[in-house]
Design a protein around this ligand. Structure first.
Ligand code: NDP
Length: 300
């Protein structure tokens, strides 16, 4: 069997088109333009790339993008003052502080200072608690993107056996909550899991969010299972020339594609969906703030 490739790039384009259409409607009917503020502290090259991509796509769907670039040695007080200002700015519906922050800044404190209604990353403990208790919340973008692709592929996920590898606050744990919300039977595996291959082998759905290049081989996968590869790892690619690199996931694509029923590739799978879901969350936050109808299918 060769797995069906779940095309995250195409799916993300569809989500962005849906967002753009809804933005145009609320702009026309309510005169409101959703606004996303992205705060970048320091000059981490990967973060700069992400922030640029977010700003570009925000504008492309018709929303306002506000970028705040702060020096790496910005004090916590200055950062908190900026967030306070953005919390009170009626033109800003979503606030994203690009992580990781430089070491002298307390990430938990910074995240908890964001108004939960504008917390489009879904990392504020109020949103974590709401998601955990099955209430309306802002949902973290990467797991939301994974859920959208799984729902699109399967329809109902009810009763499926899902194994998530990784228990981070930004991917593994919220992914578990979302799949539980869709009535999967959920297992979260991590570095202390005994006999990981056997745990993974029983899964109908495998979500790999580990950060270890090509760790999950095909012989861990139940034939026909759906595999969502969240990992983004840059490895050397001498075959492309000296000093060249390439991106791979946490799943060994070449062997898993022979066994799985469906798989998200890296690149072109979960990655593009993450930014699309950020735009969807900003739109959702804007609609909730203005008491306007929320777009359908873009949140849980
Ligand atoms: P973290 O490093 O925060 O978490 C990794 C998790 O993997 C931990 O829970 C860890 O377990 C577990 N783990 C590590 N080694 C093993 C092992 N040998 N066996 C089983 N479990 C293991 O990573 P993130 O969740 O932030 O990210 C995971 C991956 O997803 C990364 O490659 C990251 O780049 C990517 N990512 C991609 C995004 C996208 O947009 N596509 C967005 C966010 C992340 P323990 O807790 O016990 O240490």
């Amino acid at each position: 069997m060769t797995a069906e490739i779940i095309d995250g790039k195409a799916f993300a384009a569809k989500v962005r088109a849906q967002v753009a259409a809804h933005v145009a409607v609320i702009r026309e009917s309510h005169g409101v333009i959703p606004g996303l503020a992205v705060v970048l502290v320091g000059e981490d090259p990967a973060s700069q790339v992400y922030v640029r991509a977010k700003g570009k796509q925000t504008v492309e769907v018709g929303m306002n993008s506000y970028e705040h670039k702060l020096d790496a040695d910005t004090s916590e007080a200055d950062l908190l003052a900026l967030i306070k200002r953005l919390n009170g700015d009626a033109d800003v519906h979503g606030i994203l502080v690009q992580l990781p922050l430089p070491g002298h800044l307390n990430e938990d404190l910074v995240i908890s200072s964001i108004d939960p209604a504008k917390d489009v990353d879904g990392f504020h403990i109020s949103n974590v608690g709401l998601l955990g208790t099955g209430q309306k919340s802002m949902v973290p973008c990467t797991p939301l993107g994974c859920l959208m692709m799984l729902r699109d592929h399967h329809g109902s996920l009810s009763g499926m056996d899902a194994v998530i590898i990784g228990r981070s606050n930004i991917v593994g744990k919220p992914m578990a909550q979302l799949l539980l919300g869709d009535s999967c039977m959920v297992t979260i595996a991590h570095s202390r899991t005994r006999d990981l291959p056997d745990v993974v082998r029983r899964a109908d759905i495998v979500v790999a969010a580990v950060g270890r290049p090509e760790m999950v081989p095909g012989d861990w996968i139940k034939p026909g299972a759906t595999v969502v590869d969240v990992g983004i790892n840059r490895i050397d690619a001498p075959e492309k020339g000296e000093g060249k690199t390439r991106l791979v996931g946490d799943v060994d694509f070449a062997s898993v594609v022979q066994v799985a029923g469906a798989i998200t590739p890296v690149p072109g799978g979960v990655g593009p969906m993450t930014i699309a879901c950020l735009l969807a969350n900003t739109l959702t936050a804007c609609c909730r703030a203005g008491g306007m109808p929320e777009p359908e299918g873009l949140t849980v």
